[in-house]
Design a protein around this ligand. Structure first.
Ligand code: C2E
Length: 575
């Protein structure tokens, strides 16, 4: 602040200019008003309302009632304005009054204090600003400038109070960006922050200025809608938000699509405490997520059961590893040119004690959320490697194994060490291990990603880019990463015979990948007609129900025996 111009409102009780004070303030923009004349004081106060001053200097030659009435006037109109009082006389009472009235500093003798006065002015401003920023931080979220949890709670209590007088209802919304974590993981935290700011702006466009939008942390927002007459009013606003959020956001020069889920709880005078209201809105949000996201749900009493089930699911997941409830299924992968089995992909299943065999989409998101994906992922890697080695030892020479690594697993500390340790412990040849990573990894921390991939590559394992086509990456950058193959996502493969555009895209991906020295695997091949098209395009390998669904290790072994013992080619179901 040293060289910054400060705008001082100078109020004096003397018509004679004090050269000292003016000299001191010559660097500053200032307004001067002589306090002796009441109409001028009024003018000064009017100006205070219109203009923003940094500080007021009350320069009193003789402290008297005028001085104090000026102080009180200024305090009333601009309670946040720092005030410095300077007087020619050493008047204890004035000092006390001034301090009680909120003046920040009191300079007793003007003549002695040119630098001191400037210092006092600056100090007063500094102190006020830091007080204000502390007050700001206590109540606002600095990233989005929205009220924080503290202020949200205050406003919610006040809104509930007001319903007593108004008879209206309050709608409390809990909002959360769907898959926000993925944006952070893939585009980086700066893009994540940017997204939160954009989202806050969009929310502001959807509600009235008197409604409160708050950010509780992460991607959790709340909205307090007051003066709600019908539930429908809240529903309309929620729909507007869902629509508004589903428009693309420009992040890192890319159009990124995110959606928002909303839970709503309605408060009618005295029917719930604020804790209950918050809990209900949160449960409704959970229900909206469970309904497939990008929608809103009102709280209903039965939601309690849903939440309880989720908690139970997490509790059970935590125990599942030690209870040996996870199992791997294996899906064949086939070399298309020779129509022979070349490997299997290990796919995780959970044998739930009550719910039976669960597919990964039912529990992998929970594993990710709770961080359990790290130990479970290690178990998958260990089990898959051990199984592959056993199969090879049993005389099934063409078996290699693919294992999925999620973004969280990929970024865990010492991933390469963990893989190395597993290879050593299981006696698995790294050549026979394929690690599948998704292309979303390529969007953030490029240097770190390349370094982790290189460490894995140096171990001798084969790295495959999974679900290609669903993310945002471009083939142009693939040469920077040590991939050995890429898997074209099943959504493209599905429409290969029905949609000429998909066929053209797949064909282009295959030839570009070949130019980069990468093998291509087509995922989700279900129909006979897809095979000639893929062969024509020189796709190297394929995986899908046409060759076999994921099978238990025992069934897989029977299949291997049939194929390898008869030295037959891989069996493809006839149409
Ligand atoms: N409609 C159709 N689907 C087919 C066909 N062929 C294979 N699929 C399914 O497609 C998924 C392929 O695995 P993914 O893309 O790696 O997608 C996997 C993978 O992202 C994740 N996942 C599975 N196991 C693991 C694991 O051990 N670790 C991690 N991190 N993720 C896993 O869960 C996803 C889903 O796994 P699954 O439910 O087993 O679903 C498997 C498989 O059953 C087909 O012809 N048609």
């Amino acid at each position: 602040m040293n060289n910054e111009l400060i705008k001082v409102l100078l109020l004096e009780d003397n018509q004679v200019d004090l050269p000292l004070v003016h000299e001191m303030l010559s660097e500053s923009r200032r307004e001067k008003f002589v306090l002796k004349y009441v109409d001028r004081l009024q003018h000064a106060l009017d100006l205070l309302i219109k203009e923003q001053f940094d500080v007021m200097l009350l320069d009193l030659q003789l402290p008297d009632a005028y001085g104090l009435s000026a102080l009180i006037g200024v305090q009333t109109l601009a309670p946040n304005l720092p005030i410095v009082v300077r007087s020619e006389v050493n008047d204890e009472q004035l000092a006390i009054d001034a301090v009680h009235s909120g003046a920040q500093d009191y300079i007793v003798r003007g003549e002695e204090s040119s630098p001191l006065l400037i210092k006092a002015l600056r100090y007063a401003i500094e102190r006020k600003r830091s007080e204000q920023s502390l007050a700001y931080l206590a109540h606002y979220d600095p990233l989005t400038d929205l009220p924080n949890r503290e202020l949200f709670r205050e406003r919610l209590n006040r809104a509930q109070e007001r319903t007593k007088r108004s008879g209206y209802m309050v709608a409390l919304m809990f909002l959360d960006l769907d898959h926000f974590k993925d944006i952070n993981d893939t585009l980086g935290h700066d893009a994540g922050d940017q997204l939160l700011k954009f989202a806050a702006q969009r929310l502001k466009h959807c509600v009235r200025t008197e409604d409160t939008i708050a950010r509780l942390g992460g991607d959790e927002f709340t909205i307090i809608l007051e003066q709600i007459e019908h539930k429908k009013d809240a529903a309309n606003i929620a729909q507007k938000i869902v629509d508004e959020m589903s428009q693309s956001f420009l992040l890192n020069d890319k159009d990124v699509f995110v959606t928002m889920s909303i839970g709503i709880a309605i408060y009618k005078e005295g029917d719930q405490t604020s804790e209950e209201l918050i809990k209900h809105a949160d449960m409704a949000l959970y229900a909206a997520k469970a309904k497939g996201r990008s929608n809103y749900q009102f709280f209903e009493a039965k939601m309690n059961t849903l939440i309880t089930q989720r908690m139970a699911m997490i509790k059970n997941l935590k125990l599942a590893l030690e209870r040996n409830e996870f199992i791997l299924h294996y899906q064949p992968q086939v070399d298309l040119s020779i129509n022979q089995l070349v490997g299997v992909e290990a796919l995780l299943r959970w044998q739930h004690p009550e719910m039976g065999l669960l597919q990964p989409n039912n529990f992998i998101p929970l594993l990710e959320e709770t961080g359990l994906i790290i130990p479970v992922g290690e178990w998958v890697l260990h089990t898959a490697c051990q199984q592959c080695r056993l199969w090879r030892e049993a005389g099934f020479p063409r078996v290699r194994i693919s294992v999925n690594l999620s973004a969280k697993q990929f970024r865990q500390l010492q991933l390469a060490n963990t893989v190395k340790k597993t290879l050593d412990e299981t006696g698995m040849d790294p050549e026979h291990l394929h690690l599948e990573v998704t292309e979303s990894l390529l969007l953030s921390n490029v240097a770190e990603t390349i370094s982790i991939l290189n460490e894995l590559n140096d171990l001798g394992v084969h790295i495959s880019l999974d679900d290609f086509g669903t993310g945002y990456s471009s083939l142009n950058y693939l040469h920077r990463y040590p991939f050995a193959s890429l898997k074209i996502d099943q959504s493209f493969v599905k429409s290969i015979t029905r949609n000429s555009k998909s066929a053209a895209i797949i064909s282009a991906i295959i030839s570009l990948a070949h130019n980069l020295g990468l093998k291509v695997v087509a995922e989700g091949v279900e129909y006979h007609e897809q095979l000639p098209a893929l062969l024509n395009m020189k796709c190297d390998e394929a995986q899908g129900y046409i060759f076999g669904v994921p099978l238990s290790s025992a069934t897989c072994e029977t299949m291997f025996k049939n194929i390898f013992n008869q030295n037959s080619k891989f069996y493809v179901r006839k149409p």
